[in-house]
Ligand binder design. Structure first.
Ligand code: NDP
Length: 283
């Protein structure tokens, strides 16, 4: 039976360390600040934004939420981002995605000062991640790496399979595993014989957004299984992309959903905001 990787506990520990550093900065006169911008009424986004603001408070950071109506124009949003770029008390800016259809997300991401881009979505920061020389961590994949480290799971020389190739999870996840000297395969919706590939994995990271898609028979005995997926079942309960019960029979370690990768994403966001604050402090 697999050992459950506890994202809540790991998060608590890392956030405790962040809180200490935030306090030290405060004692030197520097308050760390995050601005979160949300446009429209997407209920899931509203929950994420509330959780982010709450997490900031818990570690002693200043946070402000800019909740704009659905009717906000791209120009109005860009003007707000520009103002926040120059706002002294703001170290990090996060624009919650997705944005309403009439706003071009790429243009908005490009408008964020790369030094305040704590989601690490700006091409300057994704490029830095690509070459392995970066300040801002890609939030969810870096959260996965923190969990692996916390549980002393060695990546070097391991066969790592990432299922999913999105810009925010799959691709940066593959890069981070590669940087740790894993042998990485990336799978996606056109991959043939997926189960044959997933069964090779010593470390399997799944981020596809399909409820309980990966089953125990697709997992090698003793594999480490990291489930990034967050799906809602018809009964309203949250579940991952991995069928937890059958996968637990095969895996050595496994992340539950909820309580696995989820809490780590916001923890990385806090780490990035702290880095941004320290960087501005030393300017
Ligand atoms: P996207 O929809 O952007 O990407 C999904 C990826 O999965 C694509 O690359 C797609 O392939 C691939 N895929 C889809 N179906 C299959 C299949 N049948 N076989 C193999 N690959 C497949 O999703 P995200 O990366 O944004 O998110 C993935 C999941 O992770 C979601 O459940 C999301 O809610 C969750 N998530 C959780 C976070 C957390 O904090 N825990 C943070 C971010 C996301 P192709 O490219 O070919 O279309």
């Amino acid at each position: 039976m697999a050992i459950r990787i506890d994202g809540k506990e790991t998060s608590r520990k890392v956030r405790g360390e962040i809180a200490k550093k935030v306090q030290e900065l405060k004692e030197q006169g520097k308050v760390t600040g995050l601005a979160v911008v949300i446009v429209g009424e997407n209920p899931a986004s509203q929950v994420y934004v509330r959780n982010k603001a709450k997490a900031c408070e818990e570690v002693g950071m200043y946070s402000e939420v800019h909740a704009l109506p659905e009717s906000t124009t791209e120009e109005e949003l860009l003007a707000l981002v520009e103002r926040l770029n120059h706002e002294d008390k703001i170290d990090g800016i996060l624009v919650q995605l997705p944005l309403p259809k009439h706003i071009n997300e790429e243009r908005v991401i490009l408008a964020i000062d790369p030094n305040k881009d704590v989601d690490a979505f700006h091409p300057v920061n994704t490029g830095k991640i690509m070459i392995g020389n970066y300040e801002f961590l890609p939030c969810t994949p870096a959260g996965v790496m923190t969990l692996l480290k916390e549980y002393n799971i060695e990546v070097e020389g391991k066969e790592c399979v990432v299922v999913g190739r999105s810009n925010i999870v799959g691709k940066p996840q593959a890069l981070l595993l590669l940087q740790k000297n894993g042998t990485v395969t990336v799978c996606h919706s056109r991959t043939k014989n997926l189960a044959e590939i997933t069964r090779r994995a010593d470390i399997l990271v799944v981020a596809i957004g399909k409820a309980e898609f990966i089953t125990g028979d697709m997992i090698k005995e003793g594999a480490v299984v990291i489930d990034v997926g967050m799906n809602r079942k018809s009964d309203g309960k949250l579940c991952g992309d991995v069928e937890f019960a059958s996968a637990s029979e095969k895996a050595s370690y496994i992340t539950p959903v909820p309580g696995g990768v989820g809490p780590m994403t916001i923890t990385t966001l806090l780490q990035n905001t702290l880095v941004a604050s320290e960087k501005r402090m030393t300017k």
